[in-house]
Design a protein around this ligand. Structure first.
Ligand code: HAM
Length: 422
């Protein structure tokens, strides 16, 4: 029969990989907690309209990357391509703006985008994201960027660069777009087909195109940061000064426009040369108008998300061996009485919180020892009919082969105090 395989761009994370994932997730949770963020769990699928209205109908995500399907009644649903829209929807739906602000949330979980799969780019990928609601002060932007930077630095990811830009207010962008469009029209013949199409619907995205000819053609384009309102300029200056004050290094990048339409003012991205083409580890920015766009009150907000697959690709191997959680005790029970008592002992060890393992297929001591050596256990507990008669077991260190005899009665409590000395 044909084997059913997984979907292209959707990966299994196998047991040997989960320790590194847990390390990343634990660090993310720890840092989120330090910065005062609380976990929120939002649905994997939502009404399609939520994403179209927030991310923007002229973006790559909404135009061609969403997994959208009709529900049985015909309602269009979409697997979430990111976490900001759902978090904002939940914030509005549960009337959280009526509670004291700021409110700061984080999430971890799978996202879905129909992109061309390659290293670091999947169709089901995972994000850790944070969203801070209720503060327009530049210090909220700095705090969010600091959290991102501290997390990635704590994980010792190599060659990180924080790039930052200001997208101004919506008024600033409205005034800038005709200027940019006039410039782009002059350069039209030098732009790629995608940019020629995008120019009219979303001209800012042309600045972000990676095609070398497009980059040369837009080299001398007018810069949004040269056309910011005094308020937006002051906000940006304060964000940059704050980053410098807390020692977070950054590089200005006037091309950084982001692929989602909800951003205003600060936008940022952390990249690494270790990642190849998909070089963004994480990104985010301010989105002061989004809560209102989605039908809520006017609440300023800022956040970011990082891609866990990309972090995992970059995580240095050093230190990871410590994480390979080994099973602790292998119960090598054999003989008639030994097997019966051994099974009870196995359960007792687990009940007191010890990690214990046994291969039920093994019947002889020899077979058990072979399986114990193959397992990741540190010790084997040998228990045959003779040991049962003596009321004892033999504890064998699988690395050194040293053995000692211990009483069977009270063994699990004894081993617990030895495994986790207080
Ligand atoms: P984004 O830039 O679309 O922003 O995604 C953030 C990160 O998710 C990227 O930097 C990348 O590491 C990872 N990522 C995105 N697409 C893929 C993919 N196909 N495969 C693997 N990793 C991927 C957002 O999603 C915004 N919601 C961030 C945000 C939160 N802004 C404000 N709050």
């Amino acid at each position: 029969m044909d084997m059913i395989k997984s979907i292209k761009g959707v990966k299994d994370i196998l047991p040997e990989e989960t320790p590194r994932w847990r390390l990343i997730e634990d660090a993310a949770r720890r840092w989120a907690f330090c910065y005062g963020y609380q976990e929120i769990r939002i649905p994997i699928f939502e009404l399609t309209a939520l994403f179209a209205r927030s991310i923007g109908s002229a973006t790559d995500i909404v135009e061609k990357e969403m997994y959208t399907f009709p529900d049985r009644d015909g309602t269009l649903l979409t697997l979430r391509p990111e976490g900001t829209a759902g978090t904002v929807r939940a914030f509005i739906e549960h009337n959280r703006a009526a509670d004291p602000l700021p409110q700061k949330y984080f999430y971890l979980g799978p996202m879905f985008r129909h992109e061309r799969p390659q290293a670091g780019r999947l169709r089901q990928f995972h994000q850790f994201g944070v969203e801070s609601f209720g503060t327009s002060d530049p210090r909220a932007d700095i705090e969010v960027i600091a959290l991102l930077w501290r997390l990635l630095s704590d994980l010792s990811l190599p060659d990180l660069t924080l790039e930052i830009n200001s997208l101004g207010s919506s008024g600033d962008r409205a005034a800038y777009k005709p200027m940019l469009l006039a410039f782009l029209r002059q350069q039209e013949s030098r732009l790629c087909a995608n940019c020629r199409r995008r120019m009219e619907t979303n001209p800012l995205r042309v600045l972000d195109c990676k095609v070398p000819d497009c980059r040369t053609a837009t080299e001398s384009s007018p810069k949004l940061t040269d056309h910011l309102s005094p308020e937006a300029r002051a906000h940006f200056a304060q964000v940059l000064a704050g980053l410098a004050a807390i020692g977070v290094p950054y590089r200005l990048n006037s091309r950084l426009v982001r692929g989602l339409d909800y951003y205003c003012l600060t936008s940022f991205e952390v990249t690494s040369t270790h990642l190849g083409a998909q070089n963004a580890v994480g990104a985010g920015g301010r989105y002061d108008g989004l809560v209102e766009t989605l039908g809520g009150p006017s609440v300023p907000a800022v956040g970011f998300a990082v891609g866990l697959e990309r972090i995992s690709l970059m995580l240095p191997e050093a230190g990871l061996s410590l994480l390979n959680e080994s099973l602790y005790y292998y119960v090598a029970a054999f003989g008639e009485k030994g097997t019966t008592i051994g099974f009870i002992l196995l359960d007792e060890l687990r009940r007191v919180g010890l990690s214990a393992h046994c291969d039920y297929r093994a019947i002889t001591l020899k077979a058990h020892l072979r399986q114990a050596d193959r397992s990741k256990c540190r010790y084997a507990i040998l228990l045959g009919d003779d040991e049962v008669a003596r009321g004892s077991v033999i504890l064998r260190n699988l690395a050194t082969k040293a053995q000692e005899e211990l009483p069977l009665f009270g063994l699990s409590s004894l081993l617990k105090t030895r495994t986790f000395p207080s």
